[in-house]
Design a binder for this molecule. Sequence first.
Ligand code: ADP
Length: 352
Amino acid sequence: MNRPTNAIAVEGLTKRFGETTAIEDLSFTVEGGELFGLLGPNGAGKSTLINILCTLLGPTEGTARVNGHDVTSETGAVRDSLGIVFQEPAIDEELTGAENLAFHARMYGKRKAERQQRIPEVLDLVELAEVADDPVENYSGGMQRRLEIGRGLMHEPDVLFLDEPTTGLDARTRRDTWEYIERLNEESGVSIVITTHYMDEADFLCERVAVMDQGEVVAIDSPAALKASLGGDIIALGLANDGGELFERLDAQSWVREYTPTEDGVAVTMARGEQRVADLVRLADDAGAAIESVDLQKPSLENVFLSLTGSTISEREASDAAESHTEAADEDSSMERPTETAEATEAPGAVE
Ligand code: ADP
């Protein structure tokens, strides 16, 4: 496949909806063939970014290129370069797998000869050749998800967007779907960009992850490098009071590399955490902290997010939900949505 080095290049990208800044001054690139993740809580700006990259929304400021094509001035070429699989199912359960792909290919304007050639190729690619003529309602959740991915691959895109690819799947099927996505990336060479708010998904799947929070990319690197940047293990103390003098005492310990107050206590970073649990509990006790829980954690992307933003992803989602509830009551901000939603719903047909 002949592709430019960058599957995606974003520079200074900003999108505002009235008073709300959904994404602000984003700059990053995704290399051709990369399996790249956008990780962040609900409301971080992932969908806005994807919608701009798919030409469903226009940027307020900045530029974005997909496969070398500008999302504002070369929308046709951008749409030809990318496939997208949304969270909401878009397949017809009463049709067979092959019929679903044929329907999609016709919608996309593929001629019969092309369809007849491409459909078996895609069915092979998504490992559904054997059940091609079975109705989709007989497929398992994982098979249906692979068929959705097949739809996105019909026109041989260079870049495939998967929006929250495993939401709603059981644990086993999630794992199988991850392995499938990894194989697809390795074997077909297609660049894959996934959005997810699941840390384990980003950790397992992605070569590099852009950690997003409140419209900004707060870190971008491989999961291993992001975790290593934390510089050690974490002991999370749940506290029933304000910790007394705990924070002053932590400041004075040479073995404490860093600590971050959390909503229900404090997360303390150190080397070889298992050897420090007793020291930390004693220290907290002496400082007048009322310890409710002690949890030793080896670094995960959740800890990376916490250390970068001061909140866990679920805390962030809970506080954003509370905020948007307040906003919904505010007439001005709730007026913004319909206009932009209309813009967003105009174009999908063309991308299909
Ligand atoms: P994510 O996909 O990470 O959940 P979104 O891109 O959907 O995040 O949202 C980012 C921010 O932009 C949120 O504060 C959201 O409320 C706001 N937003 C998204 N779409 C619109 C819209 N059409 N009108 C107004 N605000 C929007």
